[in-house]
Design a protein around this ligand. Structure first.
Ligand code: ZN
Ligand code: MN
Length: 136
């Protein structure tokens, strides 16, 4: 067990990370499982899930976890903002410069060592917005 498991973990982890970094769709664990299965047909959903959780704890990947909705994962760990559609749940990158001074001010106000900050803008994506307009 000791000789086999760590190697397999490393390979699985590498495939999961490569797949996640190749997309900008912020996939859920289930969506990641479907993608990774193309390379590793025998992998289980639990293994994909555990690896994603572990890598997010280590800061290798970003977990987008806002109450009520499914957790999504992001291979881009740099400070950047997101848009979330309240209808279909899709998450997109918001191509806007992170607001300057937030982290420094937060550190002064709180005494925290601030590493990063995030912002999520919520609304209807263009596709859902169109449908909404038509039905009203
Ligand atoms: Zn939508
Ligand atoms: Mn992102």
């Amino acid at each position: 067990m000791l000789s086999d498991t760590p190697m397999r973990m490393t390979k699985q982890r590498k495939v999961i990370l490569e797949r996640l970094r190749s997309v900008t769709s912020h996939p859920t664990a289930d969506e990641m499982y479907e993608m990774v299965r193309q390379d590793l047909p025998k992998i289980s959903l639990g293994t994909v899930y555990r690896n994603l959780e572990l890598m997010s704890e280590e800061g290798v990947v970003l977990k987008i976890d806002v109450g009520g909705s499914k957790k999504r994962f992001d291979g881009n760990t740099s400070t950047h903002y997101h848009l979330r559609c309240l209808n279909c749940g899709r998450v997109d990158d918001l191509h806007m410069e992170p607001v300057k001074g937030v982290e420094a001010e937060a550190a002064i106000l709180s005494g925290y060592q601030v590493m990063t900050h995030s912002l999520e803008v919520r609304g209807l994506c263009p596709a859902c917005g169109k449908k909404n307009t038509k039905s009203n």
